[in-house]
Design a protein around this ligand. Structure first.
Ligand code: ADP
Ligand code: MG
Ligand code: MG
Length: 483
């Protein structure tokens, strides 16, 4: 019998959890099939109980959020840095990143008067910095897995999971304790400005998105319209004099992207209607969340470049009274380039993999959404087949330029009960990844109007599973039990 099942009646608790989840909308949408176009909602993947989490490290993730917000803002404004980091080998090997970079230049760098509305638009960031606990000596510390600047999901559902765990653990206190010990305003006219959610066709994580929509309506009476990039193309226009973005007759004040981060969101290809829609949105005066610069600042290649000595300092040249540079740096794990900018240290890490040390690393391409990383033998193979080694010297094939090599993190294992589709999927050892949300509003003059920590997400998966991601089917939603 598993550790938890010996203490708790997990089946009975799963029934409670499932009912709470249904009553409170902790749900995802079922993929529509050819047989059925019915709208059906299922229980979201979730962890039955919270996971123990060291309070001090949790607090660090909250406290450092505004610093990462500011970093993204500054990186987004540094065209030279973005070009240097993403222009060379990365762009050659990754047409998607190349296209985003090209649009960024077209809209923000080129000196055309058509670009005035975009340049004078405010910027909005909803970011999520993800961490795993890792111990190099005797204490666990948070290390950044990645920084998400586009479509950072689960702010909506995450609070509800914490509520469910609060409910279960107060109602079933005695039983669970034992387990836990072990482990803006509306304009007065007929066409008020709207917020446009850019979404994927066939999206299943709609409840998480709708929670933001309902909150906008309830708190500010701001209507949300949801559209795919494909459909938008024919419905958008930009007023030539003011730069106002119109969806049919309504002005769009804010464009919130929950799509557009994957090549598959641009079905029609390189010069297709989806890319055209993205350009129209970006070139308007509407606030984009994220703007192209923020999108680029969240790439894995930029993450790797920012970890190099002196690069954070370049973005924070002023007196650093709150020590934010040091606070961010302590969150960085080992990050190494596999491109022609690889330093002797980077090459040493690559050599370590070739010599059999692959278990200590993860190889990542410039992609979002989970499921693309290389681990273990597959990682070693990928490097071996793209590197020529003569003695101590390494010749890296250009195919590797879009990849970064990262130190693999080993978070502490805990016993967990994971649920999927309303059923207990299994019980066993699990590891968790903490997401720390940050929100940021910056005027076109670069003045930071709002910069805050904005909540957390804890995702839990079985220890044997390499990849993460809830929507991609690897992880479940959970919450931290601070200890
Ligand atoms: P994506 O943008 O696709 O989410 P991530 O960098 O978050 O890319 O990688 C996906 C998943 O792979 C993470 O959620 C995590 O589970 C796992 N992972 C990524 N980097 C590491 C690492 N350095 N150590 C251990 N696991 C990792
Ligand atoms: Mg990501
Ligand atoms: Mg991720």
């Amino acid at each position: 019998m598993s550790e938890i099942a010996s203490v708790l009646d997990t089946d009975a608790l799963a029934v409670e959890a499932n009912s709470f989840a249904s009553a409170n909308g902790i749900q995802v949408e079922r993929k529509k099939t050819e047989e059925s176009e019915d709208n059906l909602f299922l229980g979201a993947p979730m962890s039955l109980l919270p996971n123990a989490y060291p309070e001090q490290e949790f607090k660090k993730a909250c406290d450092v959020a505004p610093a990462f917000n500011e970093l993204v803002e500054r990186v987004s404004q540094d065209a030279e840095f973005l070009q240097q980091t993403l222009g060379g080998g990365v762009s050659t090997m990754d047409p998607f990143t190349a296209k985003i970079l090209k649009l960024y230049h077209q809209v923000y760098v080129d000196d055309s008067t058509a670009n005035a509305p975009a340049k004078s638009a405010d910027r909005l960031g909803i970011l999520r910095s993800d961490y795993m606990l890792h111990s190099d000596d005797d204490s666990y510390q948070i290390k950044q897995v990645e920084l998400n600047t586009i479509a950072s999901s689960f702010a909506g559902l995450s609070c509800k999971i914490a509520n469910m765990h609060r409910y279960l653990s107060s109602r079933y206190e005695t039983e669970i304790e034992e387990f836990l010990q072990t482990n803006r305003k509306r304009n007065d006219n007929d066409n008020p400005p709207i917020v446009l959610f850019v979404v994927q066709d066939g999206e299943t994580n709609t409840v998480d998105q709708r929670l933001l929509e309902f909150a906008l309506w309830e708190t500010h009476k701001i209507p949300v319209v949801r559209r795919s990039l494909t459909r938008l193309n024919s419905e958008l226009s930009v007023d030539e004099t003011t730069g106002a973005l119109k969806l049919l007759k309504q002005e769009v004040a804010v464009v919130y992207f929950r799509a557009g981060y994957a090549p598959t969101d641009y079905g029609d290809g390189e010069d297709g209607i989806e890319w055209n829609a993205r350009l129209t949105l970006e070139a308007s005066r509407a606030t984009k969340c994220p703007c192209l610069g923020y999108h680029l600042a969240g790439t894995k290649k930029v993450q790797q470049e920012l970890a190099r000595p002196g690069v954070l300092e370049r973005f924070f040249p002023e007196k650093d009274e709150t020590n934010k540079v040091a606070a961010m740096r302590t969150c960085f794990a080992g990050l190494y380039s596999c491109g022609d900018d690889a330093t002797p240290e980077d090459l040493e890490a690559i050599r370590d993999v070739l010599d059999g040390g692959e278990a200590k690393y993860v190889l990542k391409p410039q992609r979002e959404g989970g499921g693309y990383n290389f681990y273990g033998e597959e990682l070693a193979q990928k490097l071996r087949s793209n590197i020529e080694r003569t003695g101590d010297s390494l010749e890296l094939s250009e195919d590797l330029a879009e990849f970064i090599l990262m130190q693999r993190l080993f978070p502490p294992e805990q016993n967990a009960v994971l649920m999927r589709g309303g059923k207990v999927e299994g019980t066993g050892d699990s590891i968790s990844e903490l997401g720390s949300f940050g929100t940021l509003v910056v005027g076109s003059d670069g003045k930071v109007v709002h910069n805050r920590y904005a909540g957390f997400l804890l995702r839990t998966k079985f220890s044997g599973v390499d990849e993460g991601g809830v929507a991609s089917g690897f992880a479940t939603l959970s919450s931290p039990y601070l200890c």
